[in-house]
Design a protein around this ligand. Structure first.
Ligand SMILES: C[C@H](O)[C@@H](O)[C@@H](O)[C@H](O)C(=O)O
Ligand SMILES: [Mg+2]
Length: 439
């Protein structure tokens, strides 16, 4: 019996993380981690859950965009959608009256991600598999049929994508077993948000070392003296062999990025993340070239709009680490394209995660990448941030600094009903209290 989607709801759910400066960086000094939370329902009572991550006030705009897209979803059956998923992706991303406000970028692409994430979740639930397993078990031809190759065939053809997936069939079962036993390597960003005091940073870093973390990311970019002090402190605590990454969240101009990072080179960062404007492909290429002799790579992607931008970053040799994001681009469909392109260009994928639900979602994609695409763990790791997992029905499981593969069917982003109620903006209890205290 086909599952016809008869309902789509979207909610504005915000967490007051700015109160303790969790998530703060050189550009987002007081973020309230938020989601546009989507629930779709079929005529047979099945549900799919999806979300996109946003920050604070921006959420209400994303919610409007999801509402605008909902008419394209309601009335379709899941079978109809997944039998031509490429076509459905195009329907959402190329709607003649809405593509003007994108195309495939910004608010409308965040909304597309939320909607498509809920469809992938529903599909995986109906197959009784966690999303990563749905992808891993899917025949290459079917996987390819989910990807829109428009604008990327000069970098990756369908045939090349198929060949990559066919080739990676070798050793796949062993890699599934390995992941189930060991999990996928992770790094932590939780210790060193920009707004944290040195004392807190020290304490969190100490705890993380005790918990077996070996890779740490530090926020930089607002004040050079602060950065020198914080990087030196962390490097001293973690020792010479653990990894340190730094993240400027787009703070600098190109020349400034090169000078600033050169001054931090003695702390041996593996990468500088988002040194400049996320749209500046040639700028990133220039920074990469200047920092290569220092052994520092450039990473970016959490605010990279779409597969076309990633294509150009790869073609220009502008990034040494590709940071896919489960909610910024057009969901699994578009991320599959980027994983395959990154493989062709031989650039490791180290996903962006954190926020609300980003770890829950992206772990599926990186497991798929290892098992079915890259077959390598060299220079690869997935971000982890230890906030807000308690609001999810199937939260991530971290063991010994590794993501353990999720077992529950779906895409892991169903939230607890009580959390959605309390944190809904502005009517949730938590926000009412905050307002009362302010008044
Ligand atoms: C506002 C957010 O916390 C960002 O700072 C965060 O996503 C960050 O760039 C990261 O790499 O985790
Ligand atoms: Mg970042």
């Amino acid at each position: 019996m086909p599952q016809k989607i008869v309902k789509l709801t979207v909610q504005d759910v915000r967490f007051p993380t700015s109160l303790e400066l969790h998530g703060s960086d050189a550009m987002h000094t007081d973020p309230d981690y938020s989601v546009a939370y989507v629930v779709i329902e079929t005529d047979q009572g099945m549900r799919g859950y999806g979300l996109t991550f946003t920050v604070g006030r921006g959420t209400e705009i994303v919610v409007c965009a999801v509402e605008a897209l909902s008419a394209l979803v309601i009335g379709k059956s899941l079978e109809e959608i997944v039998s031509d998923f490429r076509g459905f992706y195009r329907l959402l991303s190329s709607d003649g009256q809405m593509r003007w406000i994108g195309p495939e970028k910004g608010v409308i692409q965040l909304a597309t991600a939320a909607v498509l994430n809920s469809i992938w979740d529903l599909w995986a639930r109906l197959e009784g598999k966690p999303l990563w397993k749905l992808l891993v078990d899917m025949e290459p031809k079917k996987l390819i049929s989910c990807i829109d190759f428009r604008y990327i065939t000069d970098a990756l053809t369908e045939q090349e994508a198929l060949d990559i997936l066919e080739k990676a069939k070798e050793g796949k079962l062993q890699r599934v077993d390995q992941m189930l036993k060991e999990g996928y390597p992770a790094y932590t960003t939780s210790c060193a948000w920009l707004g944290y005091s040195d004392q807190l940073l020290r304490q969190l870093c100490n705890d993380a070392l005790k918990d077996g973390w070996t890779k740490f990311k530090v926020k930089v970019g607002a004040d050079l003296e602060d950065d020198i002090r914080r990087c030196s402190l962390i490097r001293q605590m973690i020792g010479p062999h653990n990894s340190l990454m730094i993240d400027a969240n787009q703070r600098w101009d190109v020349g400034e990025a090169i000078t600033w990072v050169t001054k931090l080179a003695e702390y041996k960062p593996l990468w500088i993340e988002e040194p400049t404007c996320p749209d500046d492909i040639l700028g990133h290429a220039a920074i990469s070239k200047a920092l290569a002799p220092l052994g520092i790579g450039v990473a970016s992607g959490e605010q990279c709009h779409n597969r076309v931008m990633f294509k150009q970053f790869l073609q220009a040799g502008a990034l040494q680490f590709i940071q896919i994001d489960s909610c910024r681009m057009g969901s699994v469909n578009e991320n599959l394209a980027v994983l395959l392109m990154a493989h062709k260009f031989n650039v490791p994928v180290c996903p962006h995660a954190g926020g609300v639900g980003l770890c829950e979602l992206v772990q599926h994609l990186i497991l798929f990448d290892y098992i079915s695409v890259s077959a390598s763990l060299d220079n690869r790791m997935c971000e982890f941030v230890d906030h807000l997992h308690e609001h999810f029905i199937s939260p991530v499981e971290i063991k010994n600094a590794h993501y353990m593969p999720p077992k529950d069917p779906g895409y892991s982003c169903e939230m607890k009903e009580a959390s959605v109620q309390s944190y809904q903006y502005p009517q949730g209890e938590v926000w009412k209290q905050i307002k009362k205290q302010k008044d």
